[in-house]
Design a protein around this ligand. Sequence first.
Ligand SMILES: Nc1nc2c(ncn2[C@@H]2O[C@H](COP(=O)(O)OP(=O)(O)OP(=O)(O)O)[C@@H](O)[C@H]2O)c(=O)[nH]1
Ligand SMILES: [Mg+2]
Length: 330
Amino acid sequence: MFIDRVTMQCSAGKGGNGVIAWRREKYIPKGGPAGGNGGKGGSVILQADQNVASLEWFANRAIIKAQDGSQGMGAHKQGKNGQDLLLKVPCGTLIKDKATKEVLFDLTLPGEQFTLCRGGKGGKGNYSYRTSTNRAPNICTPGEPGEFAEVELELKLIADIGLVGFPNAGKSTLISTLANRDVAIGAYPFTTLHPNIGNIRYPDLKRLLIADIPGIIEGAHRNRGLGLEFLRHIERTKVLIFARDASGFEGRSPMSDFTVLRDELAQYDASLLRRPFLIALNKSDMEEASLYIQEFIDHFPQYASHIFSISAEYNEGCDALKTALRALVD
Ligand SMILES: Nc1nc2c(ncn2[C@@H]2O[C@H](COP(=O)(O)OP(=O)(O)OP(=O)(O)O)[C@@H](O)[C@H]2O)c(=O)[nH]1
Ligand SMILES: [Mg+2]
């Protein structure tokens, strides 16, 4: 399951208590204080990881808690520290305060960490309280509680390229051709129900991350289809591909589709229309396509240099698109 927004409660471990103990050895009367300090509580740490694709692990989980520190021991031994809890999240995860919605951190780079709840300090044992004037202190302190946090995690994918288009345009087919990804492809709308990402590889080993954003239809801003919820995953892309079915599928015209699609994007965030883009007119292998493609170019002469006629299924025109994408991103 692809889950890109969750709320969670978590708490760090409590510090272990300090203890009162006395040194007891044969032939050493009044051996003196020997109570050790408590161990530190474990912290809750979030870490960005490229191999984690969604926030699914966090869904429906009750409070997430790191380990408590152990209490101190005799012979002034410190209690064991509680283990830190390292939670892996996808790159592009925003951590927000649940109440204020303030962004606390944005985990973008692989391996980057954020300590969400710090473990409590261990208490002091009586051994720590010995002084020249008080050689038999009869005091110790309890461990501190661990920090508690209630946050919202929100994934905003970090991809170079966002792929948008109406259902059935061939977005998933295109991502599987460009990025060699195995994704579900179906001859019906709404095959894809969540964003998919893939890597486009170039001969010089450069990779571009492309994200297929499904489910946009006319009225998406009024929550039709999958709504505009997933559009936040293109906020951080550098380039957009508007994928169009140029075969006149179900009597729709590519021209009106293109305008409607852009209107829907503008409803979400008008600045998306200023982002560099390419238009992929797909299914060029089909008979009806050539007429549509010509009509489209005639209709939008200002976009002529943005338009690519492709067949995602038969890998025609896709290399030119790939090259143009690279040039735009660079
Ligand atoms: N003839 C032809 N068919 C294609 C081409 N690209 C995709 N198709 C077909 O079009 C249908 C839809 O393709 P998908 O890749 O699932 O389309 P999508 O845009 O991901 O659709 P949703 O996931 O529903 O939003 C499938 O039956 C594909 O086989 C193409 O270049 N030529
Ligand atoms: Mg799809």
